[in-house]
Design a protein around this ligand. Structure first.
Ligand SMILES: [Zn+2]
Ligand SMILES: [Zn+2]
Ligand SMILES: [Zn+2]
Ligand SMILES: [Zn+2]
Length: 684
């Protein structure tokens, strides 16, 4: 058996999982039928967290973009019998088995109603060894050619797959030929070998499962497609940052409290306020973690309010002051003083977990409902606990590290330029980011169902099933891997975004001080832009009926992420296929991290961070300025596959992107549009 090596992360994003049809190095085609599981690779994958993420994806797939989900997958998830595997080897079987003579073009092995095993054995019977290779001879006695696979498939959006459909007229003929017109399926035609007549052009037949299920449906025909076009298999992957076990537990305990205690008196509201305080940077992450741990696990959270404890502290302090001088001469007083001192310390400790300890954030966000909504979002919690969870290298560290005064000067200057030219607040390098990548299922014919009328037959997200192992038949599998990798966290400056929104879209500004106060500006953006406080995959649904202007900060952040991904290669060595984005919109930040684990050598992004941050942003800015498909692209909302929509695994399925947010122009989101005079990068 011949072996072929594939990069691991490609397994998750290309056609190398069960159901996919691949072209092999020897030019033959095969379907992936199973994988060998490597359980060790799953040690860092927490099933609870993974199932949460998958569940959310499936809900969004159905509600948000109108797709359907395979019953097998839904059942497996709801009954928690979903299998999680990490592929180490991939098993394949020749496919399609419809063969054509390379010489006389006659087709063979198209009999319907015969099992694949039977067909394969028939094919094997006809094979002869020749020059070290085994060749399948043509059935035509007048021809000495050999058979090859016909590189086309018929697929349907419901997930059905078959070799190309033979028209019934052709089936009556003894020797059918197929004339391939240079890669396009529709230009091809079937003919009669013996008479030389053309029988029919290649057409697509209705998909039989769908004609039964949706007799009135539109688009029931299977589509003929070259195997290499990619239309026959679209894997659907999700990814998330896997924080360590303790943090994971802390987050889920916080969630449980916030959800059950939505009333103003509960511990829930304190925790929700705490999360928001952490997000806005009112309280440093490590303090917050300590306070949360005390509140949740040490039973020290009671119902005494901050005000009550402060009053007690005030009284104790008075007593302390009164005894202080006396204690200098009186040993008894000294003892009393020591005891008061201890009480004071206890009270200060208590203050840390008292009811209302995070009240300060109410000066920024008053509304209970909004605080709860922000705190309840998983991405918010990740934003808060992300910092400090991994090994960080900051600009400050970079400057401390630099011994050469001239280089130091340049780095400082570049950093100032970067902030002022591109509205960036912070960039941090992370060297041990733990990311889980999981592929949940696949679709055929179309990648996404998106906004279609009711009568169109739905796109079904099919579950993976392993056909090599009898025990796995009928069981849905998801594939997952965790990887330690490097990433860059890039955060935009809320004051600059707010200023831009105010000037460009007339966003009201309650006070001018917002433009100088980072925390207040951040809070104001969260209050005004709902797209910032939901998960990126929900943005499409959540903002469907809003004015585009109102979601501008989100789309701006997202477009910058795409421009940076597209231009990272020159400075990091990683192309956009090896890098992935992870948006943390409520933090006004996003992560760019390396997904291509196999060739991860550590350091590509670190080099970029140390030496090329400014040139990288300059390149991204040039990239955003032009598109190879201009002027067409600019006329159509400045967003196409020639420019910003090139990212694999985009978190909004490429929704809402536009270069116009950076340099002005028109934005188009379906039937709505927005004209931007000055973009974020030329608005100054
Ligand atoms: Zn032949
Ligand atoms: Zn179908
Ligand atoms: Zn374009
Ligand atoms: Zn994206």
């Amino acid at each position: 058996m011949e072996q072929q090596y594939i990069q691991k992360s490609r397994l998750f994003r290309e056609s190398y999982l069960p159901g996919g049809v691949v072209k092999l190095r020897n030019d033959s085609y095969a379907m992936v039928v199973g994988t060998r599981n490597n359980p060790q690779a799953l040690q860092n994958v927490d099933e609870t967290q993974l199932f949460d993420v998958i569940n959310r994806f499936l809900l969004e797939w159905q509600d948000l973009i109108g797709g359907e989900v395979d019953e097998m997958l839904k059942y497996a998830l709801s009954s928690r019998t979903l299998l999680v595997h990490c592929p180490s080897d991939v098993y394949i079987s020749p496919y399609p088995l419809l063969l054509q003579c390379a010489k006389c073009k006659i087709l063979d092995f198209y009999q319907t109603g015969i099992s694949e095993e039977k067909l394969l054995s028939e094919i094997k019977k006809r094979s002869r060894k020749s020059g070290g290779r085994s060749l399948i001879q043509c059935k035509n006695p007048a021809c000495n050619g050999h058979m090859v696979q016909l590189p086309y498939l018929s697929v349907h959006r419901c997930g059905s797959l078959s070799p190309i459909n033979l028209p019934f007229q052709a089936l009556r003929v003894k020797n059918i030929t197929f004339a391939d017109q240079g890669g396009s399926f529709f230009g091809s035609a079937f003919g009669n070998y013996d008479t030389g007549e053309k029988i029919a052009t290649a057409l697509s037949m209705p998909c039989s499962p769908c004609t039964h299920r949706h007799p009135e449906g539109i688009d029931l025909s299977q589509r003929g497609t070259p195997i290499t076009s990619g239309e026959s298999f679209f894997p659907h992957a999700v990814q998330y940052i896997s924080l360590n076990k303790d943090t994971g537990r802390l987050i889920s305990d916080i969630c449980a409290q916030i959800q059950s205690n939505s009333s103003i008196n509960g511990l829930g509201i304190d925790l929700a306020e705490g999360i928001v305080a952490g997000l806005l940077g009112v309280i440093p992450q490590d303090c917050l973690r300590e306070m949360f741990t005390k509140m949740l696990y040490n039973g020290s959270a009671d119902n005494t309010s901050v005000e009550e404890i402060e009053e007690k502290i005030r009284l104790k302090q008075q007593a302390y002051n009164a005894y202080y001088d006396l204690a200098k001469t009186d040993p008894l007083m000294q003892e009393i003083l020591a005891s008061v001192e201890k009480d004071l310390a206890d009270l200060h400790q208590k203050l840390k977990t008292a009811k209302g300890v995070f009240k300060e954030i109410r000066t920024y966000i008053e509304n209970d409902e909004l605080i709860n909504a922000i705190a309840n979002e998983r991405r918010t919690q990740e934003s808060v606990f992300f910092r400090g969870a991994f090994k960080e290298f900051t600009i400050k560290d970079r400057l401390l590290d630099e011994k050469n005064p001239e280089t130091k000067e340049i780095v400082t200057q570049n950093w100032d330029d970067l902030k002022s030219k591109y509205g960036v607040a912070d960039v941090v390098h992370i060297s041990n980011l733990n990311v889980v990548l999981s592929t949940i299922g696949y679709t055929r014919e179309k990648r996404y169902p998106y906004s279609e009328s009711e009568s169109v037959t739905p796109v079904i997200l099919k579950a993976f099933e392993d056909r090599t192992d009898q025990n796995l038949r009928g069981k849905a599998i998801v594939y997952a891997m965790s990887a330690e990798t490097e990433g860059l966290l890039i955060r935009l400056d809320p004051r600059k975004i707010l200023k831009w929104c105010h000037e460009e879209f007339n966003w009201p500004l309650p006070s001018d001080s917002l433009l100088t106060d980072r925390i207040a500006a951040h809070a104001h953006l969260l209050k005004t832009c709902p797209a910032l406080i939901c998960s990126p995959t929900e943005v499409y649904r959540e903002t469907k009926f809003l004015d585009i202007k109102q979601s501008a900060p989100f789309h701006l952040l997202h477009t910058i992420s795409h421009c940076l991904l597209s231009t990272a290669k020159r400075h990091s060595g990683y192309d956009e296929k090896s890098l992935t984005e992870y948006l943390l919109p409520m933090d006004l930040s996003f992560l760019i991290y390396v997904t291509s684990v196999q060739n991860y050598t550590a350091g590509g992004l670190l080099t970029l961070f140390k030496h090329y941050l400014l040139p990288w942003f300059d390149d991204a800015s040039n990239f955003a300025f032009h598109c190879v498909f201009d002027p067409i692209c600019s006329d159509q909302g400045s967003s196409c596959s020639g420019c910003v929509q090139t990212v694999l695994g985009c978190e909004t399925f490429n929704f809402g992107l536009s270069r116009s947010y950076l340099f002005g122009g028109e934005v188009k989101n379906e039937d709505r549009s927005l004209n931007i005079i000055k973009g974020y990068w030329n608005g100054k």
